[in-house]
Design a protein around this ligand. Structure first.
Ligand code: ADP
Ligand code: MG
Length: 414
């Protein structure tokens, strides 16, 4: 079935055509009809399979049709997402698909001033895409009223219902009408969260596509055993062997992101970092430069592991393994999106082996191992451009040290 055969408003079809979306993806095919019927939906489908449009298309259709008859003020649809970058991205999807409709979409997120967001809210908004913290602040200050919300969407639903967010979500839920449509979307979910999701809705939820293998079939992923201190040489090699490719590198902490960045700079590899310690402006600049391909290497923490849709990321490198097993699925899912193919390699040090075991248990199967022969392993380290500058800087250090001790040894004037 093609989009042109759907009973969706021509205003939306026009945008779909412009985007080159001819046929719905599997999840869109399965989720759009029940959403249009007003049912609650829990939809699980692999990364990069078009979940955003799966909820955006029917919601835009419903709100647009209703707006033709009555102009009711107030937010009709609330979309909650875990990160600011994802809030912006999803807002753009709604705005692009809804360009020819009467429906308008706004986003609010933390890390930037509240005032401009408040003044835009006052102009009237149909669909609000928000991160929980800022959302909670604006609601409790009375700037956002939610009593007219008809549809609530939790994207990355399992994460939104998990420990870090559930309190804010519950607080926001208290402000929503009881009678509403609720949609949960994610690539991963566990039984506990599934039960929690069920408890938040009154009507039974339809479960959609739930693939056996949570890793997208478009991603060729493997693991390489590499000592902690050698990881930087292997990253250098991956980057230099894939020159011109967009490579997303995941590390465990903000500090490590900066450290790996410094190591890459030493070998003249241009990269950017993206993590929670950067201010919002710098986060967006880094992401945009990576999107445009101005910088080919982005070193990020898990803040960018979920939902971010950057076309043509060829490679995901797990420089460190993720602490949370499902984040493995999300991280490697930043490549191989839509119909594209992608590659991923994870660097596993001996101390990370238990984490790898957890991930494989979660996936229900082992990850392909990249065999690196001893010879090749040492060659990778020798190959590093770091060796030469390091020797130079070592000589300089010795020189400086000698100079300093010479000065100290000089008898002090009395
Ligand atoms: P998910 O949320 O499932 O990870 P996204 O909604 O971010 O995936 O979509 C992944 C990519 O697929 C996006 O770049 C999007 O533009 C593209 N896409 C979505 N639906 C279609 C479609 N029906 N036809 C072609 N491309 C699509
Ligand atoms: Mg998504």
């Amino acid at each position: 079935m093609k989009f042109e055969d759907y009973h969706i408003n021509p205003a939306i079809k026009k945008s779909l055509e412009k985007l080159g979306f001819k046929k719905p993806t599997d999840i869109q095919f399965k989720a759009i009809p029940p959403i249009l019927k007003g049912e609650d939906v829990l939809a699980i489908a692999q990364t990069g399979t078009g979940k955003t449009a799966a909820f955006a298309i029917p919601v835009l259709h419903m709100l647009h049709e209703r707006k033709q008859y009555a102009r009711q003020d107030g937010i009709k649809c609330l979309v909650m997402v875990p990160t600011r970058e994802l809030a912006i991205q999803i807002t753009e999807v709604f705005q692009t698909l809804g360009k020819h409709t009467r429906v308008n979409t706004l986003t609010v997120y933390g890390g930037v001033e509240q005032a401009p967001q408040i003044s835009k809210l006052e102009d009237g908004v149909d669909i609000l895409v928000a991160t929980p913290g800022r959302m909670f602040d604006l609601v409790s200050q009375g700037h956002i009223r939610l009593e007219r919300v008809e549809v609530l969407i939790l994207d990355e639903a399992d994460h939104m219902l998990d420990l870090g967010f559930i309190k804010d979500i519950r607080d926001v839920l208290r402000h929503l009408p009881r009678k509403r449509q609720t949609l949960f979307f994610s690539a991963t979910i566990n039984e506990y969260i599934k039960d929690l999701a069920y408890s938040l809705v009154t009507k039974p939820i339809r479960i959609q596509i739930s693939p056996k293998d949570p890793v997208s079939k478009n991603v060729d992923h493997s693991v390489a055993y590499i000592g902690m201190d050698d990881k930087r040489f292997f990253l250098e090699r991956v980057i230099k062997e894939n020159e011109g490719s967009k490579i997303l590198v995941f590390v465990r902490t903000k500090v490590r992101a900066e450290r790996v960045h410094a190591a890459m700079e030493r070998v003249e590899i241009k990269a950017d970092t993206l993590h929670g310690d950067k201010d919002q402006k710098d986060r967006l600049t880094a992401l945009n430069r990576f999107k445009k391909g101005e910088v080919k290497v982005l070193i990020a923490t898990d803040v960018s592991s979920r939902g971010i849709d950057i076309p043509s990321v060829e490679y995901v490198v797990n420089y460190d393994l993720p602490d949370v097993p499902e984040n493995y699925v999300h991280r490697v899912g930043r490549t191989g999106r839509g119909t594209q193919k992608g590659k991923s390699v994870s660097f596993c040090s001996p101390e990370e082996k238990p984490i790898l075991d957890e991930i494989e248990k979660y996936l229900g199967k082992p990850i392909k191992v990249l065999d690196i022969e001893k010879q090749d392993y040492t060659a990778t380290i020798d190959f590093s451009a770091e060796v030469k500058p390091d020797l130079k800087s070592l000589m300089k250090e010795i020189h400086d040290f000698e100079e300093a001790t010479k000065k100290k040894k000089k008898p002090k004037k009395k």
